[in-house]
Design a protein around this ligand. Structure first.
Ligand code: GLN
Length: 181
């Protein structure tokens, strides 16, 4: 399997290691040419979603990647990657739902960035993921999914809120599966 990892900012190295351990043939997406390679799966890493969005625009990657996602390319996204995909963002506790143009806005969820506040900004827990129990989950300045389309399958929850979902071609996490395997 050929996995293209978005490598413009953030924790892309960890994402690459994760997919290599699974036996995937991994390449980095840094510029437009990289999208010419065969890709079975796109991986969107954690990081800073505002910076990633801006870089995607500046590098001319935003529209071609969005088109591939809408076209059905399987996507695996964590944290900032989930934020980039979300249809709606509630920014930092303010309840204004916005949809800035730097976000792909294709996944029918609302997310609240940095949802766990300063004290619980980053933490680990153990939970059930996709039917598997005792799965370690690392949250790093994670968003919360505050609304989710009934069409999406919820794969894990924390405090009753969804923390991983699958919808059509997209699997997205608020936590970091790539850090615990
Ligand atoms: N807090 C970051 C954001 O808002 C996401 C953090 C992460 O990807 N680990 O983009």
């Amino acid at each position: 399997m050929k996995v293209g990892v978005l490598a413009v900012q953030g924790a892309f190295a960890e994402m690459e290691t994760y997919w290599r351990k699974k036996g995937a043939d991994v390449f980095e997406i840094r510029q437009l040419d990289d999208l010419e390679r065969n890709m079975d799966q796109l991986a969107l890493p954690g990081g800073e979603s505002t910076v990633q969005g801006k870089l995607l625009k500046d590098l001319g990657l935003f529209n071609p990647i969005k088109a591939r996602i809408v076209d059905g390319l399987p996507v695996f996204a964590t944290c900032a990657g989930l934020i980039l995909l979300a249809e709606k963002i509630e920014d930092d506790g303010s309840r204004d739902e916005t949809r800035p143009s730097q976000w792909f806005g294709v996944l029918p969820v609302t997310v609240r960035r940095n949802a766990y506040g300063r004290q619980l900004g980053s933490f680990r827990t153990v939970g059930t993921f996709d039917g598997k129990t005792d799965v370690p989950m690392t949250f790093i300045r994670a968003p919360a999914i505050t609304k989710v389309s009934p069409e999406a399958k919820v794969l894990s929850t924390f405090n009753g809120e969804p923390t991983a979902i699958r919808w059509r071609n997209i699997t997205a996490f608020t936590w970091h599966p790539e850090l615990n395997t």
